[in-house]
Design a protein around this ligand. Structure first.
Ligand code: CA
Length: 231
């Protein structure tokens, strides 16, 4: 059985990358591997993952830089950092940048697996309750949304749409994903693109109008993303 859990591994040492890929695939995770910080960052901004295993020392953009950018954009994607050095400074830098966990090389594969399982479990339990991005707050149980403390009135569909974007904040969300997961009509004879775009325009107006920091963004040729950006 192929797992729907998608893991991105950003690691420039071919041997380590290969071992991690093979090990994770044996556990039925869906694994994408890349070898530079640039590629890692590109994949994170264009595809959806459930967890990232991120090497700190990478050619080009470092793991810490990637992590800082992700968190600044509001992504809550679980990130497990890999480092070659075990120093207090490294640990502090990683955790300050928003890492969820930390593993020093060389590590036992069983330990990597255990940490990944723990992070995925934690991410799952955080699914209920309140979803947040900067000053935007959604209470999933009472189905209320506020921005800067002021209530936002949403239709049922707009609420579902925003909830989906909040759960995937900082990630690229395609129209296909919205058709499948929000509209739940993947087999509709006519495309829903126009319907989706109209809803996104309305949602953007309700969420962003009057605020300097914009949260709802169109990614040309890709879809949409929810992240904090000051114009
Ligand atoms: Ca490295």
């Amino acid at each position: 059985m192929v797992s729907s859990v998608r893991i991105l591994v950003v690691e420039d040492e071919p041997k380590v990358a290969k071992a991690v890929r093979e090990g994770l695939e044996r556990e039925s995770y869906t694994v994408t591997v890349c070898h530079t910080g640039e590629d890692g960052f590109f994949l994170l901004s264009t595809e959806t993952f459930d967890l990232v295993v991120l090497d700190v020392m990478l050619p080009g953009r470092s793991g810490i830089e990637i992590l800082e950018t992700l968190r600044r954009q509001g992504s809550q994607l679980p990130v497990l950092l890999l480092t070659a050095r075990d120093t207090v400074e490294d640990r502090v830098a990683g955790l300050d940048a928003g890492a969820d966990d930390y593993l020093v090389k060389p590590f036992a594969f069983a330990e990597l697996l255990a940490r990944i399982r723990a992070l995925l479990r934690r991410a799952k339990t955080e699914i209920v309750g309140t979803l947040r991005l900067v000053d935007l707050e959604m209470d999933v149980l009472s189905r209320t949304v506020k921005r800067g403390g002021a209530p936002i009135d949403l239709t049922a569909r707009e609420f579902e749409l925003l909830e989906y974007l909040l759960r995937h904040q900082g990630e690229a969300v395609s129209r296909d994903m919205l058709v499948r997961d929000v509209w739940k009509e993947p087999l509709r004879p006519t495309p829903l693109d126009n319907v989706i775009d109209v809803h996104m325009v309305r949602l953007r107006r309700k969420v962003d109008e009057g605020f300097e920091t914009k949260l709802v963004h169109t990614l040309r040729g890709v879809g949409f993303t929810l992240r904090a950006e000051t114009a």
